[in-house]
Design a protein around this ligand. Structure first.
Ligand code: DGP
Length: 111
C-alpha cells in the first residue's frame, strides 16, 4: 500500500533499524520505545490488523520470527508480545505488527 509507513519500511524505501529480515517478514526497532528492547515484527504483505490475517503459515511464521528475535536480542529474563488491534486496542499504525518488549520487568495488567 503506497501510503502505509510499514509497507514503505518493509520495501526498504524508508530506513529502519533492522534486526531481522526474510522473504515474509521484517523486524525493526520501534521509534518510540516503551522498554529497553522494543522491536516490531511486521509481515511484508499488508494486512490492516490481525483480524485480516488469513494465512496460517504466515501466522505461525511471525511468531517464530518473534521467538528468534527475542533469542537474538538476549531478553533472557522474559519478554512480552503485544498486538494492538483497532482504536480501543491502541493501534496507531494500520499494518499488522507484533510488539516485542523486554529488558525490564513489565507490569500486568497493562492498563
Ligand atoms: P501501535 O500503536 O500498536 O499501532 O504501534 C505502532 C508503533 O509503531 C508505535 O510504537 C510507534 C511505531 N512507529 C510508528 N512509526 C514508525 C516509524 O516510522 N518507524 C519505526 N521504527 N517505528 C514507528
Amino acid at each position: 500500500m503506497d501510503n502505509c509507513i510499514f509497507c514503505r519500511i518493509a520495501s526498504g524505501e524508508i530506513p529502519s533499524k533492522k534486526v531481522y529480515e526474510d522473504d515474509l517478514a521484517i523486524a525493526f526497532y520501534d521509534l518510540e520505545p516503551q522498554a529497553p528492547v522494543h522491536v516490531l515484527i511486521v509481515p511484508k504483505k499488508h494486512y490492516d490488523n490481525i483480524t485480516m490475517l488469513d494465512d496460517d503459515a504466515l501466522t505461525a511464521h511471525l511468531f517464530k520470527v518473534a521467538s528468534t528475535v527475542a533469542e537474538k536480542l538476549g531478553v533472557k529474563h522474559g519478554f512480552r508480545l503485544v498486538i494492538n488491534t483497532g482504536k480501543d486496542g491502541g493501534q496507531s499504525v494500520n499494518h499488522l505488527h507484533i510488539h516485542l518488549l523486554g529488558g525490564r520487568e513489565l507490569q500486568w495488567p497493562p492498563g
